[in-house]
Design a protein around this ligand. Sequence first.
Ligand SMILES: C[C@](O)(CO)[C@H](O)COP(=O)(O)OP(=O)(O)OC[C@H]1O[C@@H](n2ccc(N)nc2=O)[C@H](O)[C@@H]1O
Ligand SMILES: Nc1ncnc2c1ncn2[C@@H]1O[C@H](COP(=O)(O)OP(=O)(O)OP(=O)(O)O)[C@@H](O)[C@H]1O
Length: 291
Amino acid sequence: MSALATEAPAKINLTLRVSGRRADGFHELLSLVAFAAEADALTLEPGDSLALTVTGDTAAQAGPDADNLVLRAARALLALAPGLRAGRFHLVKRLPAAAGIGGGSSDAAAALRLLARLNGLAADDPRLLQAARTTGADVPVCLDPRGRVMAGAGEALGPPLGFPALPAVLVNPGVAVATPAVFRALAAGPLDPEAARAARRLTPDVSSAAALRRHVLAGGNDLEAPAMGLCPQIGDALALLRADSGCWLARMSGSGATCFGLFDSAAAATAAAVRLQAARPGWWVRATTLA
Ligand SMILES: C[C@](O)(CO)[C@H](O)COP(=O)(O)OP(=O)(O)OC[C@H]1O[C@@H](n2ccc(N)nc2=O)[C@H](O)[C@@H]1O
Ligand SMILES: Nc1ncnc2c1ncn2[C@@H]1O[C@H](COP(=O)(O)OP(=O)(O)OP(=O)(O)O)[C@@H](O)[C@H]1O
């Protein structure tokens, strides 16, 4: 059997509200999530044992292969379903790590998709979701990477929303930001479960370009201020995006430091990316589409 292949797209939190800290220490979120055309690539060559090789521009940022989220997710699934076939994964790492765009989470979810395909597991097999949850808060939403609302600590997912594609520029200033440190800096109060449940809307109206724009503009990212305190370059990235005349919204994704700017057209996004890259040659800047 030849190798199976899939892409692991970057996750972008178009909005991200944190309503409080739960008794288990995790934070209750409400986030409209989109996925970018920008992606890592993962293949699986079927075999008897589980293995991983990693290449690509950002391979070194992903840490030791033995701790890679691809292997952690695969091990989690194999523990739940011991008879499953596995094999040798190869990851081409292109997305910056610890960057708020869920690169590692998307890689983990991609590994679960490939193992499911190899072993004939249905996409809604509960063991896939369980392995995803065990691996990380962002992994469940990456299992089926289509725009939707994510709530709870990441375990509650709305239906795919099929909203219009958004031309965007992603900007990462090259500073790794640790997610736990950002949540600590937020210093959120304890969660009021009733208020959180009442605020949870898994199916917002984002079906037209105008409705999507209204929804995104009305939101924010509650982790932006605490992340900026830890990584001042985020403020620089946001200011540069906002200074571009075509950019109608600039915001940080996840726990940072990657920021995104939204544009009216792909041509405007591409032109802005060229200008931003010239202004900050060492940064990771990509024109892309979010959907
Ligand atoms: C901020 C987001 O990027 C939004 O999409 C995600 O919620 C973070 O997801 P992630 O990186 O997959 O997070 P994990 O690796 O599972 O968790 C890292 C740490 O972040 C904190 N964490 C994460 C998610 C969450 N809802 N509340 C938290 O408090 C916890 O301290 C946790 O130990
Ligand atoms: N495949 C992988 N890609 C990236 N990082 C990985 C991977 N496997 C393990 N890691 C480790 O996980 C950490 C977090 O990486 P990741 O890119 O998922 O963070 P993130 O973009 O901040 O995620 P999120 O948006 O979910 O908070 C990295 O610092 C790295 O040490």
